[in-house]
Design a protein around this ligand. Structure first.
Ligand code: FAD
Ligand code: FES
Length: 502
């Protein structure tokens, strides 16, 4: 598996050594879009801010995203209206609009190229037509100027499509770079390779002690912009379903007709398309094929399926990149911005964008900055209805099987997410990794670059049993999405420590 197209051409991200000051007003954990925008808003409001990033800027979904910045998001508006109500869908849309407007203005003011184009949600089969029509109705009812097409001339089959004109697509690496510059210009620091391992709220004086792999510091407030709240062992993490998806970049055949706009299908597995022009070259990006983290028999097959789909509909294309990343889906379907109950009122979290963080992250950053600054909130994603959330949460918390949960994810995401197959509990398809047991303990063995590694497959977060991800040569947890390298080193997720090496 190669790195993302964006990482290949990433500009410099201005970062800083670990802060010399032992105390800051706000520590922001995570340097994706949520963390950087939150840091910028707080620094602009006069707070001293330190951004602490476990790996590198953009190491999570923000550096791997398709970066469609659109208010038409698959079948999201009709799904929110159906599961909750129209008021919530309207609140969600207005938060997304604020996020999109803020991003458009930021890009304009900071020299980040954007491309204005239409977003389409399409049905590839007759079965999906009703979903497309429902999305058009819901979007229209909420005041969006959508257009319904009963067919569309595209290189792939389209039975019906809903179009929203004048949406944005961009290069996320350019945006991350501009955000880093703006954050450091506003006086904040951004430190990479500083994994936060402990966050301890103290009462007198009221402050938070933070331990990281690069040093310790204290802060008046902490914002966890870590996609899912690290260290959380209770409800917030449980309400977020980790979903991995895939993205490939292709060189099209000479003179190939490319799609004009950003597309996402309603069927399962979902297919997402856009183009990106780099100098003289135009790349075709095709992605989707998502599944719950830790629940795909072979992740390599997902990339092959994307490649097969693309070469079938765009003959002569050549894959140049293939990568994967994960985002989190709240069971309520509504992004989460909250003060964590274990944080004595000093620790906040923003995340859970169901793969629509280009608009949700800026909106959530505004909401969490307002919480920290204790000023009246300008943004809300709306309050999920008790009935809608009860239905989905009850299933999540009452011992639903993993495939029931996968079905649930399909329901909460609206557009087709693929269903996981369940982790393999014996031997993986890839001969380089084996899963077995030592007594009751699940154990994994993998050989990577000729080096044999043997690790406990019990997740250090809450004891989930990890599964092998052959495309990325990692051990992935199906419960809350923690991931580890073959030798057990933590990559991402709510866990904060490595696997036990045997
Ligand atoms: C394949 C894919 C395609 C997508 N396409 C789109 C799209 O087209 N349009 C759209 O709107 N959205 C899309 N999204 C969603 C969007 O990219 C995300 O919602 C958004 O990037 C999330 O940003 P974030 O900053 O909250 O999280 P992330 O970018 O994941 O950032 C979290 C950061 O926290 C860091 N971190 C974690 N733990 C620690 C710790 N202990 N200490 C310090 N740092 C830590 C991580 O290293 C990471 O850098 C897509 C997502 C995926 C996965
Ligand atoms: S991520 Fe929670 S148990 Fe593994």
């Amino acid at each position: 598996m190669s790195t993302s197209l964006w990482h290949d051409h990433a500009p410099d991200y201005p970062t800083s050594p670990f802060p010399t000051s032992a105390h800051v007003d706000v520590a922001v954990v995570g340097a994706g879009f949520t963390g950087l925008i939150t840091a910028l808003l707080l620094a602009e409001a006069g707070r001293s801010v330190a951004v602490l990033e476990a790996r590198q800027v953009g190491a999570g979904a923000s550096g791997a995203t398709t970066a469609k910045t659109t208010l038409l998001q698959g079948t999201r508006l009709s799904t929110l209206t159906r599961t909750h109500n129209k008021e919530l869908a309207a609140d969600y849309l207005s938060a997304s609009r604020l996020g999109q407007d803020w991003l458009r203005e930021f890009c304009r003011d900071h020299g980040v190229d954007t491309h204005t184009t239409s977003a389409f949600t399409f049905a590839a089969t007759e079965k999906g037509v009703q979903q497309v029509e429902a999305e058009h109705r819901a979007a229209h009812d909420l005041g969006l100027p959508t257009v319904l097409h009963d067919n569309l001339v595209t290189p792939f089959p389209v039975q019906a499509a809903v179009e929203l004109p004048e949406q944005l697509q961009l290069n996320p690496a350019d945006l991350l770079s501009a955000l880093c510059r703006a954050v450091t210009d506003a006086g904040a620091t951004i430190t990479e390779q500083a994994r936060v391992t402990e966050v301890l709220p103290r009462e007198a004086p009221s402050r938070v002690e933070i331990s990281t792999s690069a040093g310790d510091l204290t802060a008046d407030r902490v914002v966890l912009a870590t996609a899912t709240p690290i260290l959380d062992k209770r409800t917030t993490t449980m309400e977020l379903v980790p979903q991995r998806s895939y993205l490939c970049a292709f060189d099209p055949a000479p003179n190939a007709a490319l799609p004009d706009g950003m597309f996402i299908s309603v069927e399962s597995p979902s297919v997402s398309l856009r183009t990106h022009t780099l100098g003289e070259e135009t790349k075709l990006l095709v992605g989707g094929y998502g599944h719950r983290t830790g629940q795909s028999r072979s992740t390599v097959e997902r990339l092959t399926e994307i490649e097969n789909w693309t070469t079938e509909h765009f003959p002569g294309t050549r894959r140049t990149h293939g990568w994967s990343a994960q985002d989190y889906h709240p069971v309520s379907m509504v992004p989460m911005v909250e003060t964590l109950h274990w944080g004595e009122g000093l620790v906040h979290f923003a995340g859970g964008y169901s793969k629509w963080g280009m608009t949700s992250a800026p909106a959530a950053a505004h909401q969490v900055a307002d919480l920290v600054l204790e000023r009246p909130g300008r943004v809300t994603f709306g309050s999920p209805s008790t009935l809608g959330t009860a239905k989905t949460t009850a299933q999540m918390q009452s011992g639903a099987t993993t495939s029931q949960v996968s079905n649930l994810v399909q329901a909460v995401t609206g557009a087709g997410d693929d269903r996981g197959d369940g982790p393999d509990d014996s031997t993986t398809d890839d001969s380089d990794a084996n899963v077995g047991r030592e007594g009751l303990r699940p154990v994994g063995e993998a050989t990577v670059n000729g080096q044999a590694c043997r690790v406990s497959l019990t997740c250090p977060h809450l004891g989930g049993t990890l599964a092998w991800n052959d495309a990325e040569e990692s051990w992935d947890c199906p419960l809350h999405g923690s991931r580890f390298t073959a030798d057990g080193t933590l990559l991402e997720g709510p866990a904060v420590g490595d696997l036990k090496r045997l």
